[in-house]
Write a protein that binds this ligand. Structure first.
Ligand SMILES: Cc1cc2nc3c(=O)[nH]c(=O)nc-3n(C[C@H](O)[C@H](O)[C@H](O)COP(=O)(O)OP(=O)(O)OC[C@H]3O[C@@H](n4cnc5c(N)ncnc54)[C@H](O)[C@@H]3O)c2cc1C
Length: 396
């Protein structure tokens, strides 16, 4: 047990796990390895205040550089772990070094999903996931007149709000008949679609993408129906996928994410995982779930740290999430999959309301628009109630 605890991935989860280990009194060696050339930072502002230029870079960082020295965390940036040998309790790094561990936490997050169409690699086509993505996107946005966003999820719609705010002509292309189709009810999609249209965003709903065209740089997105959307900048925002290759190669169970139990243990002794890269069992929702949220990254990382120190842990959160678009704050608590009815309180016309999702009498989730107090109340209600007695339709 004298070997260090090693954390692979220096994002929201990796950072929270390191902090928690120290807060809980772990005094042994602690190494955190991240392949990005930055100290750990928060991603949500990348598609919101930071993209808009309303937030200094310094405020993105979760802790100042001096923290790592004070907390005696051996933080290595710009270094990738490229192999795990579970039998030898050893990781190999892309700089040639190898290190042994007593316990290992995998917190490798997700990466932006690529769009498998012709032209997706043209200059002017971007995805948005990391701090390094922002400077080239901002430069392209400054120069662009027409912006096309492929994917009407949270990142796509937040980007649309920022781009139209900069005076660009913005088109969002979404394959489903409504935006945010996977996570919210039609009432919320309708409200946000109206909000975007009234701000000048064009929505191409129910439209697949056939290819992206351009000579030296992108000039058009060609839809499946043959129509053309002219664009000098294209953001591909079609979701994210877990970074799980290391785990797979090391023989850990990977089932649409690195499989962990309620104590954040993988299928292999002394290897734990937390954050976006995991799938975990939820007694509360009666199924296995994978979440991509700050809430889950932080809370599961805290649980993993406690578990690595031998505490009894049963991680089963009430998930919550937020999105900022224009002056609207959407907050979501719970998971709505499997609902059979909704109830609205407040006034969508006045831009302030909440929508509750039920399966029978069981409250599953609450979405609130510009109603932070209702959101906090809903969190308490959901945390205090018994697990849903339903078998929801699909895995989150
Ligand atoms: C633009 C954007 C906006 C978002 N907005 C919101 C929001 O409003 N609300 C919300 O709740 N959530 C939001 N999220 C999601 C939230 O940021 C993530 O859920 C959270 O960052 C997950 O933390 P993580 O530590 O699991 O993964 P990450 O933050 O992705 O960190 C994983 C780190 O591990 C590194 N890594 C991967 N493989 C290796 C390796 N082999 N060796 C070394 N390092 C490695 C990665 O490069 C990365 O730095 C947003 C995400 C993005 C991209």
């Amino acid at each position: 047990m004298n070997d260090p605890i090693i954390i692979v991935g220096a994002g929201q989860a990796g950072q929270k796990a390191a902090e928690t280990l120290r807060q809980k009194g772990y005094e042994g060696d602690l190494i955190m390895i991240g392949d990005e050339p930055f100290h750990p930072y928060q991603r949500p502002p990348l598609s919101k205040a930071y993209l808009k230029g309303e937030m200094d870079e310094e405020r993105l960082f979760l802790r100042p550089p001096a923290y790592f020295e004070t907390a005696e965390i051996d933080f290595r940036s710009g270094v990738r772990v490229d192999g795990i040998d579970p039998a030898a309790h050893r990781v190999t790094l892309d700089d040639g070094e190898s290190l042994t561990y007593s316990r290992l936490l995998i917190a490798t997050g997700t990466r932006a999903r690529a769009l498998p169409v012709e032209g997706a690699d043209l200059p002017g086509v971007f995805t948005l996931r990391t701090m390094a993505d922002i400077a080239p996107i901002r430069a392209a946005l400054d120069a662009a007149e027409r912006v096309a966003i492929i994917g009407g999820g949270y990142i796509g719609m937040e980007f649309a709000a920022v781009a139209v705010g900069f005076g660009r002509q913005v088109t969002v292309i979404e394959a489903q008949p409504r935006i945010l189709e996977r996570s919210v009810a039609p009432e919320i999609s309708d409200f946000l679609q109206e909000l975007h249209r009234s701000n000048g965003v064009r929505l191409e709903l129910g439209s697949g993408v056939a290819r992206i065209e351009g000579e030296e740089a992108v000039s058009d997105v060609v839809l499946a129906n043959g129509e053309t959307v002219p664009a000098d900048l294209v953001l591909v925002a079609v979701g994210a996928e877990p970074v799980a290759e290391l785990a797979t190669a090391a023989g850990l169970a990977v089932e649409g994410g690195i499989a962990v139990d309620a104590a954040c243990r993988t299928s292999t002794p002394d290897i734990y995982a937390a954050g976006d890269c995991t799938v975990f069992p939820s007694a509360r929702f009666g199924r296995t779930i994978r979440l991509e949220s700050v809430q889950n990254a932080c809370d599961q990382a805290k649980a993993a740290a406690a578990s690595m120190l031998g505490e009894d842990v049963a991680y089963d959160p009430v998930p919550w999430f937020w999105s900022d678009q224009y002056d609207v704050k959407l907050q979501i608590v719970g998971l709505s999959q499997g609902y059979d009815r909704t109830e609205i309180e407040g006034s969508p016309e006045e831009g302030r309301f909440s929508l509750s999702y039920f399966a029978g009498d069981q409250l599953l989730a609450v979405d609130t628009v510009n109603s932070p107090r209702q959101h906090m109340m809903a969190r308490k209600v959901l945390a205090s109630q018994e697990a849903p007695q339903t078998t929801p339709r699909q895995v989150a």
